[in-house]
Design a protein around this ligand. Structure first.
Ligand SMILES: NC(=O)c1ccc[n+]([C@@H]2O[C@H](COP(=O)([O-])OP(=O)(O)OC[C@H]3O[C@@H](n4cnc5c(N)ncnc54)[C@H](OP(=O)(O)O)[C@@H]3O)[C@@H](O)[C@H]2O)c1
Length: 234
């Protein structure tokens, strides 16, 4: 069976990815920054022998390098860059009262994190059969969609992530590595619940994104799609 590595696998959409891929028999490398506190994930791993939990903090490059070194002899068919943060301190994310330290922290996790993870595990992906990388981005990062969630740090972190992954998709075309940016919709997770209107069940968001990943080919590499299959304008 293929192998998937998932970041931020201990709760929310990440835990949903672990559950669904394990349910289909995949080998799952479930990474999270605090395995000792990851009760739901540990329970899932206890019930599914193909789920292995590994520590990785995507904002700490030494941690990413250590995880990549530990897994250096494994081929990884799919990397799901899911870990991300937002802040519910809206007052300091608006023009006139920016908290730039908070903004840098969000960029480090949401933009540099997935790019660093994708770079670190590229040898594992290239050595696999499927050779795929997915990032859980957001419609909020679209340059043309000005209606969704007008919070500068989070929105810019996803816009920059999209650009980075789109560039990577072009650069890795000759290597046969395909890349997709995804939006889960406004899903009912801890993060989703920070803003009003979360309506998408985690299972549906993850199921839809998994379908998009399964359908990903070299011809569609470098695309940006919602969990329900709609193309999202950059
Ligand atoms: N929910 C939505 O409506 C929505 C919409 C669009 C996009 N997204 C994106 O979907 C992804 C998953 O979000 P979610 O809704 O599942 O949020 P969530 O329930 O808040 O979960 C976030 C996950 O990311 C992990 N994480 C945060 N910083 C990390 C780091 N430095 N290293 C490793 N793991 C880290 C968290 O781990 P800890 O438990 O250790 O904090 C947690 O597992 C994010 O990229 C988010 O931006 C969500």
């Amino acid at each position: 069976m293929p192998t998937v590595l998932i970041t931020g696998a201990n709760r929310g959409l990440g835990l949903g990815f672990v559950s669904q891929y394990a349910g289909e028999g995949w080998q799952v490398i479930a990474t999270c920054r605090s395995p000792e506190k990851a009760e739901s994930l540990k329970r899932l791993a206890g019930e599914n022998s193909q789920v292995n939990i590994v520590q990785m903090d995507v904002s700490d490059h030494d941690s990413v390098d250590a995880c990549a070194a530990l897994l250096s002899d494994q081929s990884i068919d799919l990397v799901v860059n899911n870990a991300g943060i937002a802040s519910n301190d809206f007052a300091h994310q608006m023009l006139g009262s920016f908290d730039f330290e908070n903004w840098e922290n969000i960029l480090r996790t949401n933009t540099l994190g997935p790019v660093k993870v994708s770079e670190a595990f590229l040898p594992n992906v290239k050595a696999s059969a499927q050779k795929k990388i997915a990032v859980v981005s957001s419609t909020v990062g679209s340059l043309t969609d000005m209606n969704a969630y007008p919070v500068y740090p989070y929105a810019t972190s996803k816009a920059a992530l999209n650009k980075g992954m789109r560039m990577m998709a072009e650069q890795l075309r000759d290597d046969g590595v395909s890349i997709i940016c995804l939006c889960p919709g406004h899903a009912k997770t801890d993060m989703g619940m920070m803003a009003e209107g979360a309506s998408v069940e985690v299972t549906d968001a993850v199921y839809g994104m998994r379908n998009e990943i399964a359908d990903l080919t070299m011809a569609t590499s470098g695309s940006f799609r919602r969990y329900n299959g709609e193309a999202i304008p950059w």
